[in-house]
Design a protein around this ligand. Sequence first.
Ligand code: ZN
Ligand code: ZN
Length: 335
Amino acid sequence: MKTLIYSRPYQMAIEERPYPLLGDGCEQVVIRIGAAGICGSDMHAFHGQDPRRQPGLVLGHELAGEIVESQSPRFLPGDRVTANPLITCGKCEYCRQGRDNLCSDRHMVGMDWPGAFAEFMAIPARSVVPLPAGISIQHAALTEPAATVVHAMRLTQRTLTQPLAETRTLVIGGGAIGLLTVLVLRAWGCRHITLAETNALRAEAAERYTGCVSINPMETSISESSHQLVVDAVGAAATRQMAIQAVKPGGVIMHIGLQAWASEIDMRKITLGEITLLGTYTYTMDDFCLTLSMLEEGALGELGWVESRPLSEGEQAFSDLESQQVSAAKILLIP
Ligand SMILES: [Zn+2]
Ligand SMILES: [Zn+2]
């Protein structure tokens, strides 16, 4: 079968790989991939900056498709599905608490499990979620990135002292996660959202598809202590600094992006301002299923900011994203 592999830093390649074998141990299915999205974390691997993703790996973990083989009575060939790419043990303390995203024995598709930039992929049946009739395969492939945001916003709501809908919010970064954050917040009634984005192409697309106001933080400075919630969907040293600068005392910073792993932060403001700095990682199965139903209901808008390209042109898609020559915040590869 045809796959797109990460061959070395800044290089992707189309390669023939054997059709996946169903493992023994737990019930598995083989999915014929219908669409698979390129994620910021795939770009991180492409840059050679993710020690967990080594050359030779089939990347891709945002997927939807059709069952072709099944060891589970829950699925039949032809069923349309998506899958939670975080494969968890179901037994550890976190899994038992329903916080399966923190599972201590987890695997991730496209990281330590062959990914979805391929014609076919095998996965445990309990990671697979059937698609409602009304959703397209392309839109269903957005479940994973959108679930990351739904999980983050549910964590945020638990910490805020007022409803999300009444919260003045700054979202930093107009990539897919930033855009989805605006869309999820709007779906939940939040109207006071500003997006900070330096790339004019992306800012314009974000305004068009989300109806939010965008500013270029290189040109317009963000007032000190002006927002109750700041979402950092980039996670670079400069954006973390921007987030701390912009958050109001008593407010919340939700840190979703993770470009730079460490940087100096102003602990004085965090301490004296009683600021909550929250991290977030992926989603629980519950978040994943809620997100799929939001997408099915059209709660996240028309999704015109998503572009589809053939898997065979995947190398070009990676280099276009790299050079920031696309306005689309998300590119789906279609095998
Ligand atoms: Zn992703
Ligand atoms: Zn577990």
